[in-house]
Design a protein around this ligand. Structure first.
Ligand code: RB5
Length: 142
C-alpha cells in the first residue's frame, strides 16, 4: 500500500501518479488534498508520513509545488526517510543507500513523464542491505 499526500501545487501531478499506480497494479491510500484549492501542505505531508511510520502503508509519495515543504514536513515524523528526487539516479540511490520510505517531488519542477519514471525507479529499487548503509540509517534514527 502506497500512502499519497499532496497540496494544491501537487494535485495535478498526483492525479497522473494515481493513474500510473493503478496501471501498474499498486494499491494506494490517498490522504489528500482533493482539489486545486489552496491548502497547507504540512497537513497532507504529515498524514501520509504517519501512515508510513505506523506501518499502515509500506511507502509514500508526496508532492507539493517544489517538493521541499512537504518533504521537510514528512521528515519530522519519526521513522520517515523522505527523499526529494527529480531524477532517476537520485531515486535509485536513495532506495539503495538510504532505504528512503517516501518519495517527494515538486510538480512545478518536473514534468509528468519524467516524474512517473522517477516513481517507477523509486518503487522498483530495493534497499541494498549493505552493512555500511544499515549502520548509517541507524545513526539517523538515534
Ligand atoms: C504552495 O504555493 C507552495 O509553497 C508549496 O506547494 C510548496 O512548494 C512548498 O514547499
Amino acid at each position: 500500500m502506497i500512502a499519497l499526500g499532496c497540496d494544491h501545487g501537487g494535485f495535478g501531478l498526483m492525479q497522473e501518479v494515481k493513474k500510473h499506480l493503478e496501471e501498474r497494479g499498486f494499491e494506494y491510500k490517498d490522504f489528500g488534498c482533493y482539489s486545486e484549492e489552496s491548502v497547507d501542505y504540512p497537513i497532507y505531508g504529515r498524514k501520509a508520513a504517519e501512515a508510513v511510520a505506523s506501518g499502515e502503508c509500506e511507502r509514500g509519495i508526496i508532492i507539493c509545488g517544489t517538493g521541499i515543504g512537504i518533504s521537510i514536513t514528512a521528515n519530522k515524523v519519526k521513522g520517515i526517510r523522505a527523499a526529494l528526487c527529480h531524477d532517476c539516479f537520485s531515486a535509485q540511490a536513495t532506495r539503495e543507500h538510504n532505504d528512503a520510505n517516501i518519495l517527494a517531488m515538486g510538480a512545478r519542477v518536473i514534468g509528468a513523464g519524467h516524474a512517473l519514471k522517477v516513481v517507477d525507479t523509486f518503487l522498483d529499487t530495493p534497499f541494498s542491505n549493505d552493512e555500511r548503509h544499515v549502520r548509517r540509517i541507524a545513526m539517523i534514527e538515534d
